[in-house]
Design a protein around this ligand. Structure first.
Ligand SMILES: CC(C)(COP(=O)(O)OP(=O)(O)OC[C@H]1O[C@@H](n2cnc3c(N)ncnc32)[C@H](O)[C@@H]1OP(=O)(O)O)[C@@H](O)C(=O)NCCC(=O)NCCS
Length: 175
């Protein structure tokens, strides 16, 4: 558990638990409703999401971290470690809590977990217009590896590009 002190109230980063699931679903639903930042679109299927999160809590190769402030869940990060050693990252911070170091603190903790879990690489996808997210990932050493052109069909019918980014944790092993 780690305490972040910025200009906002105290923020605590900790693993998610069963009793956090509703708050985590509320958080993703709120960010999805913004319509610009994450792959999930509104309306969120809460039952399906609950099953996915509950499954994630029980998996050794999955990390589900949250940031809590004043008893409220204000951010979350997930990582799924594939059998071939690459951890897939997803994260979000609630509107109103962005730009105060919460995402950095979560990402630092997530990367610690990935290294300890034996990942040789962390990967993610991000919308090209999401400058805050790209800047956060670049700050931690992620590099752009390519673009998936017109890859994701949105509910309004638009086809969005996605940027693939990767962070190599093991640069020594033979490639
Ligand atoms: C992207 C996101 C996770 C960043 O989290 P955050 O808590 O706002 O980030 P931090 O305050 O820790 O900032 C970390 C770095 O990100 C960059 N950054 C943050 N906000 C930025 C902005 N509005 N514009 C440009 N760069 C920004 C900066 O490089 C910053 O480093 P610095 O403080 O040393 O300058 C957060 O904005 C968010 O959840 N957005 C909506 C959901 C989302 O986009 N999720 C990621 C999907 S791939």
């Amino acid at each position: 558990m780690r305490v972040v002190r910025q200009s906002l109230p105290e923020v605590v980063v900790r693993p998610a638990r069963e009793e956090d699931l509703d708050s985590l679903i509320d958080l993703v639903a709120a960010v999805a409703a913004e319509g610009r930042w994450i792959g999930t679109e509104a309306p969120v299927d809460r039952e399906r999401r609950r099953r996915m999160l509950a499954d994630a809590l029980g998996r050794e190769r999955t990390l589900l971290l949250l940031a809590e402030a004043g008893g409220r869940v204000v951010a979350e990060l997930s990582m799924d470690l594939a059998g071939y050693g690459v951890a897939d990252l997803g994260m979000l911070v609630a509107d109103g809590w962005r730009g105060h170091g919460v995402g950095s603190e979560l990402l630092r903790a997530g990367l610690d977990w990935a290294g300890q879990a034996g990942a040789h690489k962390v990967t993610l996808q991000v919308w090209p217009h999401n400058q805050a997210a790209v800047a956060l990932y670049e700050k931690f050493g992620f590099q752009r590896e390519g673009v998936l052109r017109r890859h994701y069909r949105r509910r309004n019918g638009e086809l969005w590009d996605a940027v693939v980014m990767g962070l190599l944790l093991d640069t020594d092993r033979a490639g």
